[in-house]
Design a protein around this ligand. Sequence first.
Ligand SMILES: Nc1ncnc2c1ncn2[C@@H]1O[C@H](COP(=O)(O)OP(=O)(O)O)[C@@H](O)[C@H]1O
Ligand SMILES: [Mg+2]
Length: 432
Amino acid sequence: MDYRILGPLEALDGERQLPLGGARQRAVLALLLLHGNETLSRDVIVDELWGEDAPATAGKVLQNCVSALRKELPPDTIRTVSGGYALTLEPDDLDRDRFERLLAEGRAALETGDHAEALDQLRRALAQWRGAPLSDLSYELFTRDEIKRLEELHVAALEDRIEAELALGHHDELVPELEALVTKHPLRERLRGQLMLALYRAGRQAEALDAYRAARRALLAELGIEPGRALRELEHAILAQVPALDVGPRRPQAVQRPGRAAASPLEGRMEELGLLEAGLDDALAGRGRLFVVVGDAGTGKTRLADELASTAKGRGTRILWGRGWAGGGAPPYWPWTQALRDALPPTINSDGPEGQFRFFEAVTQTLRDQTATQPLLLVLDDLQAADEASVLLLEFVATELPEMSALVVALGRPETARLAELERHATRTVRL
Ligand SMILES: Nc1ncnc2c1ncn2[C@@H]1O[C@H](COP(=O)(O)OP(=O)(O)O)[C@@H](O)[C@H]1O
Ligand SMILES: [Mg+2]
């Protein structure tokens, strides 16, 4: 499926555009898409769509919208789950997710100095956009935050693309576009700086300095502040015509992948790795995911996770790794103890169901805290050798994941305890 929200809402099955019905029905689909693979209770949906003054018939209307959508969408796309609905979304089904994945790839290339690759990825990311996000549903309250976030991300992606182009020496062509962007976003200092640099490199030094003064006026008038240090330093550099402002020599970069898997190159597994990396993109964008990887001994579960960890590390993610111990004598929650070490909450020894719940909640809080400052990849390996409670804890954590910048990857053989339950909590199961 190809769902599109970067413009008016659309759903395509192959080439065929699906009829999505009236405003209410489209809103239901949009809401389920924004919460892809999450269960939303009927009450929450009614609340999001109608707010305080939901009519008594709202529940019925919702039910009708869902049945009408089900007639159009592939079977089982909208599942009924205990008093609510969940829409199944594969990692690349939604244009927003494709955009964010390509944006992350472009940014990673920008960081390694591979500007041509960055430009390619960022252009592909921006090509996902057809107009203002969810433009036909922008009056709905529930779309506001996401529309705002996406518009911000769109400008930031444009800035990144321009940075790549500046590095590649495209300053002449960039000037008109930058002038239009600065008019549209007068307070974005990065765009102002990019315009100054493009003008300077195009041999238009006086106009570059004018652009600085215009930026300063706008910031003082609107916000009452002086330009930031980067912009002030750029002005000085332009006045002094420092050589560092010229387009640098192309830096051919041997991209080194830090991480554990440096020994032998990975063979095959591109599809599996692609799925996991899409999950990583989601996690980096603040939408946590759980992936389960199942395979017999020696099928390459650990190797696959190693490869993912190496990519994640290159993208600034903290890596935590714990594994089950089959040799006997391991204390309860051993994989978690290994992964979290000193950060493991002390309530681990609390007795009874209530004590266990408190411990689960404390672990979840620890993860929330950790992911607030840095995205996280948590690998729990060899779960076939873990205690059942460790898997139960993982299921508990999974329900809270969508709000965290964390990718959790659970590896186990087919005989892992509670595997079916765990898979139900996962965004995706990868079978090796
Ligand atoms: N895709 C792969 N490319 C190269 N080597 C691999 C690949 N998958 C597994 N291996 C190698 O095969 C062996 C077993 O893989 P491993 O990840 O340990 O399996 P398991 O997940 O069952 O523990 C290791 O030596 C590993 O490096
Ligand atoms: Mg292994």
